[in-house]
Design a binder for this molecule. Sequence first.
Ligand code: SAM
Length: 434
Amino acid sequence: MANEHNPRRVALNTLNAVFNDEAYANIALDENLVVSRLSEIDRNLVTALVYGTISKKITLEWYLKPFVKKSKKWVKNLLLLTIYQMIYMDKIPTSAAVDEAVKLAKKQGDPRLAGFVNGVLRNFSRTPLREFDEIKSKNERLSIQYSMPEFLVKKFIKQFDFDRTVKILESLDKPSKASLRVNTAVATVDDVQMKFDKLVKSELSPVGLVADSGNFAKTLEFKSGWFTMQDETSQLVAPQLDITGTEEILDACAAPGGKTTHIATYLTTGHITALDLYDHKLKLIEQNARRLQVADKIITEKCDATKISEHFTKEFDRILVDAPCSGIGLIRRKPDIRYRKESSDFTNLQNIQLEILDSAAKHLTKSGIMVYSTCTIFDEENFDVVEKFLATHSDFEQVEIAHEKSDIITKGCVFITPDMYHTDGFFIAKFKKK
Ligand SMILES: C[S@@+](CC[C@H](N)C(=O)[O-])C[C@H]1O[C@@H](n2cnc3c(N)ncnc32)[C@H](O)[C@@H]1O
């Protein structure tokens, strides 16, 4: 709604878009904030309300269930938003949360609905919170406690066992760190660290700096290209390409250009060709390349990476396939991902990942290096893809990756789950053409 100045209404509009119309949370939030007239403090409140309510959706529905039999979708979203504040936001008094909800309901619908919202919330506030212990099934309890669809809980347990699953879910439930990659084309790690007291060096990436929180993308240094926001795990990809500086490199799935712009910092006379499916996404790569002052090294091309031969005849010295994936490793930062998945998605994604690798493999020079990466932690999209690719490409061999933190290496690949270093979940495999 244009010119909205009530943060809870902006939050509710965003939740309606995400829960009722399957909008992506980050996009819906941006769209609703852009047309609002909110102060910085209120914008932060909206962000906390939206991300908090989404990340606890299944838990909140379980808390609400005994109090509501049936309701309109927007009324249910308003109730979830409000009980989120009552349960998890200590600084907001219950009475304020309830009053705001009733006011919103009055403005939004008919007055009887405001009465209904008032009744449900007063009743809820007078009743002690249910305990998770009352849920008998272990899987269901994890699903409700950590707001994770039960089929995903089962999938975690099948791959990681029960105790490790709990660790991963607990870790996903905590806020993410702010993570920066220093752009060595413009600044040094020390330059950036000296500007911001709260940054400490990453344990995983030599060009990474991290803080518990902070909006570094708003700073002058960010705008001047000193650094970019990138998870520590993603920063481990470019070094695996063994770049000397003169190579011609293909980044097959490049937008928004986090890894393309990192790769570019290693190049002297070489270039990187960055592909993606969509024009608006190629523009993001170009914008980032300009901000980070590496645009002269990067050529963008709209191209379906499953059909590279239809666009190019040439070969590349290095290829990165940072494949489209289920993104399960990103749940902490993109909490809505978990509600979008179905079992069949994982197999479909594996087929696309193998198709892209196969298409890219034809364009790698002899002795060239190809790196495959995903931001997911499920085997179907990681180790199984590596195995299937090698089984059908006898002209390729796996190159074992080494890292001083040996716990992030499994079967010669980087494999990091979110509980290990409080990063995204991530996977990297490295191949060489014989
Ligand atoms: C994991 S993201 C890439 C992130 C990027 N490498 C970075 O570091 O910023 C995957 C990208 O692949 C693109 N994509 C999906 N299918 C593709 C295809 N068939 N060909 C080319 N790009 C594709 C998506 O649009 C998305 O931008």
